[in-house]
Design a binder for this molecule. Structure first.
Ligand code: SF4
Ligand code: SF4
Length: 311
């Protein structure tokens, strides 16, 4: 992963899909998916304080006891104390000494980054104490990634990166590639999120993987995989670059969607939360705009009436 000295497999297991924002799986079910990916050679797990997936990762770690898995987490913490607490929470809940990569989660732009300087200071201190190995930044925007152009402490970046730049909230594909190329030259490790755009590319997954590979930009990609069956298909896709007809038929069953239930009272929280501008208020309730939505589930967390589910 860049010059970090951290080695990951090209395919990482994303865990957003396990928790309260999406499938709400029992811990054992998430652990079973992680166990399958471990069995097939995946050695990289991506989680976050906000994902509610530490419990699934912990169940996997407790059962399998691997000593060769790289774990990345993230926190939206803005203050020094909150970020210190976030790192301690991750270490305690996962029962590990060291979190390999800890990210500033979802940095939108330079102002947002500057408002988290104290959180970054906390990560520098955690690195000094060896409670983390590397400092990262995750972002859905060119402006967010540009914010670390001259910040040497950040050595890993986790950008949204997919064939049509679906979900990129600021900047163009060309600008994104330019920023990432600059960071790559500096030795920053880069691993992609949403290579299948949260499920939008389920019918063109081979092209999606080929695009990411041919870009020559990213070292690895993390993909949300909910079941051992999905793991089986995705590992085969990354190993061979192709899918069989039966894989394609099975994948069609996994298509995700966002539902807004009638208990919505039009409070507008989801509209304000969604960075993709994929929620609007209709006359009776909130409505999702599928073409803009990356199915991250963040709006579901913001809904006080539990009226949104990504399933
Ligand atoms: S509508 Fe919800 S799930 Fe879709 S991108 Fe926005 S926050 Fe994410
Ligand atoms: S946050 Fe929930 S209740 Fe509020 S508008 Fe959105 S769906 Fe409706």
């Amino acid at each position: 992963l860049g010059n970090t000295g951290i080695e990951v497999t090209e395919l990482g297991h994303g865990t957003l899909i396990f928790g309260k924002l999406q499938a709400q799986l029992p811990s054992a079910a998430g652990a079973a998916a992680l166990e399958k990916s471990y069995e097939l050679g995946v050695r990289f797990i991506d989680t976050a304080q906000a994902y509610d997936s530490y419990r699934h990762v912990r169940a996997f770690l407790d059962k399998v006891g691997p000593d060769d898995v790289v774990i990345a987490s993230k926190s939206h913490a803005r203050t020094y104390d909150d970020m210190m607490a976030a790192v301690e929470e991750a270490r305690a809940e996962l029962a590990v000494e060291t979190i390999d990569i800890m990210h500033l989660h979802g940095v939108a732009d330079r102002d947002d980054f500057m408002s988290r300087r104290a959180a970054l200071d906390a990560l520098v201190e955690c690195k000094r104490r060896s409670t983390i190995r590397a400092i990262g930044l995750s972002s859905h925007s060119v402006e967010g990634i540009r914010a670390i152009a001259e910040v040497p402490e950040v050595t890993v970046v986790h950008p949204i990166f997919n064939r049509k730049s679906l979900g990129l909230i600021s900047g163009t594909t060309e600008e994104l590639i330019e920023e990432l190329s600059r960071l790559k030259k500096r030795g920053v490790g880069i691993y992609a999120m949403k290579v299948f755009a949260g499920g939008h590319y389920v019918k063109e997954m081979e092209r999606a993987v080929a695009y990411v590979r041919e870009s020559g930009i990213v070292d690895a990609s993390v993909v949300g995989m909910k079941t051992p069956e999905e793991v089986d298909i995705d590992v085969r896709l990354f190993e061979t670059g192709t899918l069989s007809d039966s894989d394609r038929q099975r994948l069609a069953l996994f298509e995700k969607k966002l539902i807004v239930y009638d208990m919505c009272d039009r409070c507008g929280n989801c509209v304000r939360t969604c960075q993709q501008q994929a929620m609007v208020l209709d006359e009776t309730k909130a409505r999702n705009i599928p073409e803009k939505c990356v199915l991250c589930g963040y709006c579901a967390e913001a809904c006080p009436r539990f009226a949104i589910r990504v399933i």
